[in-house]
Design a protein around this ligand. Structure first.
Ligand SMILES: [Zn+2]
Ligand SMILES: [Zn+2]
Length: 432
């Protein structure tokens, strides 16, 4: 099949005939001998499997691309292949490899100037996965600069989504919601018949989480239902898993633990299937919280004897789930999730009257907290516990928004420094 035909399949793919397009690309791959054409076809296949959430297949096509790039000794091909390799590893929550391949990609000049924008975004996601928040923000900022220079709205939309997730994870839900709203508005500009529909699904489900957090449950449910419908039509497993998690979160917020638990189990099944360990960690943690909720709801209506019985059985099970979540968090290197697992286990052991174990987990949580720089050095208290607005300095260090005016009022404007790195903070943050 000549390259013209291979490219014709893009049209097929974009007009909702994805399986047919992928089949033709695979057939083409058997016949094409030209390295550049093989490379392009492998790229389309990697992108298609990425859309379906089949990250392990995406990884395989990316490895074929690297082999071809090395055979051809072509730096443009290397830049693109390493990006695909980094992206598939990032989506499989293998953040060490993702960072390593991002570096390789950045060492090669890309043919398409947008390529490095995607690399910086991927690197940002990987550092965020490691809970290295300052480095993540630095990378998102670089990615955003390239998105602006190249007028790449698809890249901008994805960075906005990443920033939304970043702030929601650190419990600045309001700012998270504002980034997701901007991303959803951008997605409306994409043609519904092309690949943009993928962005519609992702931006729609992303709106649900912050709305659920701030208690706007019926709006969250509407977004969730809309995203689920689109994801089912497109066979988009990652978005389906996110929708199930969000349905479960809404049930948990409505104090319906049984319904929540079964939805979490379904989400966990998909996440295991697609290899999303970051998602598994979050779902296992939420399942543990649901068990405790289940125990508390039974406490209200049951007799004294039953209460004691369920109370005793809920905590060991919750500890078990937290331990599973902790194991995954350690595997992927996510310190924030590790800390939160230890904090919950500390509480559970206290409820069971085991103060030695409780103190052990408390110490481990404290150690992780210190390692992550999650303390606002202006007021000396931690963020990421309760919902609060945050502010990112030009140096990418993070503080409470309520504390930064204090910093600004100190000394003359020329002597205002970031308390963490001593760099000047005269300029306001660029990402806001
Ligand atoms: Zn503070
Ligand atoms: Zn700083």
């Amino acid at each position: 099949m000549p390259l013209r035909r291979v490219e014709h399949c893009i049209h097929l793919y974009n007009s909702h005939h994805q399986e047919e397009a992928v089949k033709k690309w695979k057939q083409a791959l058997r016949k094409i001998s030209n390295k550049q054409e093989r490379f392009a076809t492998l790229g389309y296949l990697a992108a298609a499997y990425c859309d379906w959430g089949k990250y392990r297949d995406m990884l395989i096509y990316s490895i074929h691309q690297i082999d071809l790039a090395n055979e051809a000794d072509n730096c443009y091909m290397r830049a693109e292949a390493y990006l695909n390799l980094a992206r598939s590893n990032e989506l499989l929550s293998d953040y060490h490899k993702a960072v390593c391949y991002c570096r390789h990609s950045l060492q090669n000049p890309p043919k398409d100037p947008r390529c490095h924008g995607y690399v910086y975004m991927c690197q940002g996601n990987a550092y965020f996965g490691f809970s290295k928040f300052t480095t993540a923000i630095e990378n998102y900022e670089r990615a955003m600069q390239i998105a602006a220079q190249t007028h790449d709205k698809a890249l901008e939309l994805q960075i906005l989504g990443a920033l939304g997730a970043f702030y929601i994870t650190l419990h600045d839900t309001e700012r998270g919601l504002s980034y997701h709203t901007k991303a959803a508005d951008l997605a409306k500009g994409f043609n519904i018949c092309d690949l943009g529909s993928k962005y519609q699904r992702v931006t729609t489900i992303n709106m649900a989480t912050p709305l659920r957090r701030i208690g706007r449950l019926s709006e969250a449910l509407e977004y969730c239902e809309e995203a689920m419908k689109m994801a089912q039509e497109a066979g988009d497993r990652p978005v389906q898993a996110k929708c199930l998690t969000c349905y479960a979160d809404i049930h948990r917020a409505k104090n319906e633990p049984e319904k929540a638990y079964s939805r979490y189990e379904a989400a966990l099944g998909i996440m295991t299937e697609i290899g999303d360990r970051h998602g598994q960690c979050l779902v296992l943690s939420n399942m543990a919280k649901t068990l405790v909720l289940l125990k508390e709801s039974q406490k209200v209506c049951d007799c004294q004897k039953r209460r004691k019985k369920t109370g005793e059985s809920a905590y060991p099970k919750a500890i078990d789930l937290n331990q599973k979540a902790l194991t995954v968090a350690i595997q992927i290197g996510n310190k924030l999730y590790q800390m939160r697992c230890h904090q919950r286990m500390e509480e559970h052991y206290r409820c069971l009257g085991d103060s030695d174990k409780a103190e052990e987990h408390q110490e481990l949580a404290q150690r992780l907290l210190n390692e992550m720089e999650l303390t606002c050095t202006i007021c000396g208290t931690d963020f990421s516990h309760s919902d609060t607005q945050l502010e990112v300095m030009p140096c990418s260090h993070i503080f409470h928004a309520r504390c930064t005016p204090l910093l600004m009022s100190r000394g003359s404007s020329r002597k205002r420094y970031c308390p963490r790195c001593r760099s000047s903070v005269i300029n306001r943050p660029t990402l806001v």
